[in-house]
Design a protein around this ligand. Structure first.
Ligand code: 8YV
Length: 323
């Protein structure tokens, strides 16, 4: 008998085709539809694998999942999944670490370019018949020759580093775990401690995962340590940032501008931010390219296939449960 996999939100049928000989899939049939969490909890007891697409997985889900051998998360960041509880129960958790890298780094780079050069702001002005083009103005900042500080030097941080260097930026980074001398050399980056980086950069781009330990690592104090001419970009996780503090910093000229793809309480955006013209906002779409999204499905399902066949894939977040 085929093993059964439950998928919380509709994905294109083409994602499942390569796996259909092996698994029986259940997912909402309508394009983009989701099963409510309560329904998942009701039925999860029948399934061997669970593919959590854009839905949280609280302890109650794991308690009901009597046959569950693995859970896969659609995304690299697995903060919606109670992974500590899954680990305690011995359930492997998979994510999609390789397939979001370039798309997310691209969007972060787009936000850096947009906020520093005012693309979206000018677009709005031109549509309103406003034509602001003084001959000399510091409304915008040239990327070429500016310094970018990357906070979180994992796959995505490194990809942003390369793209920014391609645009002529000098890149420095901070990470809880400093990279090896070889990696620093290969990427031509300098390590700085967090506070030094904040004070040195023309733009700071955040690429760290969210854990309760780094809740609000960007707050009123950290924004004050940045240059008033500096920009802040976040395409990582909203809860890393104290949003009201960011709003105050942008409103009062503590920093010059920001670009955000993620928010503290998605899909709600802190109201004040909506009123400012020095922040560029996108709706958590950094990985939203067809190539990335199809790749994410495949990376997750490959991982599930491996686990359900007794193998250890590259994308297990808690490999200790497999020992
Ligand atoms: C989301 C992401 O998973 O990879 C991540 O961590 O945040 C995204 O790729 C995706 O937008 C679906 O919610």
């Amino acid at each position: 008998m085929k093993q059964k996999i439950l998928i919380s939100r509709n994905v294109p049928a083409a994602c499942l085709t390569p796996y259909e000989d092996e698994f029986d899939f259940t997912m909402p049939q309508e394009t983009d539809a989701s099963f409510p969490l309560a329904h998942i909890i009701d039925v999860i007891g029948d399934y061997d694998g669970y593919f959590a697409v854009d839905l949280q997985a609280p302890p109650a889900l794991f308690d009901a999942a009597k046959k569950l051998k693995a859970i896969a998360n659609f995304g690299v960041g697995y903060d919606k999944i109670d992974w500590k509880y899954a680990t305690k129960l011995g359930i492997p958790l998979l994510n999609t670490p390789t397939q979001v890298t370039e798309s997310t780094a691209e969007l972060a780079t787009a936000l850096i370019m947009d906020t520093m050069r005012g693309v979206s702001r000018y677009d709005k002005e031109v549509r309103q018949n406003v034509w602001i083009t003084p001959l000399f103005s510091d409304r915008n900042t040239q990327l070429f020759g500016s310094t970018l500080g990357i906070v979180g030097f994992g796959r995505i941080g490194k990809a942003v580093c390369k793209k920014a260097q391609g645009l002529g930026m000098t890149v420095v980074y901070y990470d809880k775990y400093r990279a090896s001398a070889d990696v620093e050399k290969a990427y031509n980056v300098e390590y700085m401690d967090f506070d030094a980086l904040l004070g040195a950069c023309d733009c700071v781009s955040l690429h760290a995962p969210y854990f309760p330990e780094n809740h609000h690592i960007f707050n009123a104090e950290t924004f004050k340590k940045m240059k008033p001419s500096a920009y802040f970009v976040n395409a990582a996780r909203g809860k890393l940032v104290d949003e009201p503090a960011l709003y105050e910093a942008l409103k009062n000229g503590v920093i010059k501008g920001a670009g955000l793809d993620v928010y503290e309480n998605e899909p709600t955006v802190y109201e004040g931010l909506l009123t400012l013209d020095n922040v560029v906002l996108t709706p958590h779409i950094a990985s939203l390219t067809m190539r990335s999204r199809m790749g994410m499905c495949d990376e997750a399902l490959q991982g599930l296939t491996a686990i359900l066949n007794g193998k250890v894939p590259h994308n297990v977040v808690n490999p200790e449960v497999l020992k």
